[in-house]
Design a binder for this molecule. Sequence first.
Ligand SMILES: Cc1ncc(COP(=O)(O)O)c(C=O)c1O
Length: 411
Amino acid sequence: MTQQNPSQATEWNLTTRLVHGGRHKGAHPGESGNPTVRPIYASTTYMHDNVEALDQAFSGKTTDGQPAYVYARQGNPNAYGFESAMANIEGGVGAVAFGSGMAAMHAALLAAGLTTGTKIVASQDLYGPTITLLRKLFSTIGTQLVLADFCQPEIYELIRNEEPDVIYVETVSNPLTRIVDLDAISAVAQEIGAVTIVDSTFSTPYLVRPIEHGFDLVIHSTTKYIGGHGDSTGGIVISAKNTLLNQLRDYSNLLGAMLSPFEAHLMSRGLRTLSLRMERQCNNAMEVARFLQQHPAVAQVHYPGLPEHPSHQLASKLMDHEQFGGLLAFELQAQSREAVFRFIDKLELCISATSLGDVFTLVSYPPISSHRTLNAAELHKMGISNGCVRLSVGIEDVKDIISDLHQALAY
Ligand SMILES: Cc1ncc(COP(=O)(O)O)c(C=O)c1O
């Protein structure tokens, strides 16, 4: 079986690479006619011509550098196709796909060397379970955790003083959509020799490619925009360095957290339409943000596309296509949990569910979903009020989305 070397496609533009990355090119010996789409390899084990070849395959490569498979937990052709495409698109040396975003995050932290006696400085705005993972799993084994506001100018001095081993941020914060200056953070990290990790789930490579801004490891929960259809769970880590990539592969194998062939097939399929979906979702989100901004029942809108948003200038610099993502948050004038519940229960088109990045518009209440594990003081510190609503804007006709929000706000 031969497969396209992703480096052959580096001159294609991003949208083309999203459609053709990880393209399947191989036929099986003796067969004629290649499927244009990689078949789903529903096999646990792989046979080789002789034991010599099997022995070589355990290294993960054939003697001429092609991928070699032995046992599904160690890798499969569908995951390989997805990993090749993502590495190419993000500009990494390689990528490892996982069964969920959380599994990808766990492996990335281990690969970065986070263990007993090391220190991590992480953004206080991270996805709730990420903070819980750092506290429950890493702090208990003796990792020192420092949470800080990465949108304040003092952050650079704090990092220099703390001298962490690892720095962890998200491109766009959840749910207030604040943006981190990736170039400035990676520059300080380089000064002190810290490994940099960024969760780029919200921005996707369509908008931002953090390796171009000096980051070492890029994580996506591919359950979100990359899968895009609310029907598959996965994660991926793209590495800028071979040493980190090898660590990631080892941890994927040891944790048994690999992406299954079927889910990898769905992720590769999602990737082909990512730019179309993102373009529509970003445009729709901008219109929805403007609508909410002028609505009397809404106190504040958090969307980096709005000139009033504190991260607008930075977002304009970092994000491509003059677009700002499909996710926004807003605060009801009635700053209460009851008012938010009433509003959400009145929605007819927008779906009340806890994910984001799907083709349909999703609404959620962060204090009971993404930030459920944080207490009231922590929510307050992060600026998440009782009236905060998160909206992941879908690809529907934006007039229908706005009309649904309009009727639900009129109570
Ligand atoms: C920013 C971010 N990172 C990671 C995750 C975890 O991903 P998964 O649910 O695929 O494990 C999520 C889930 O919502 C998320 O929003």
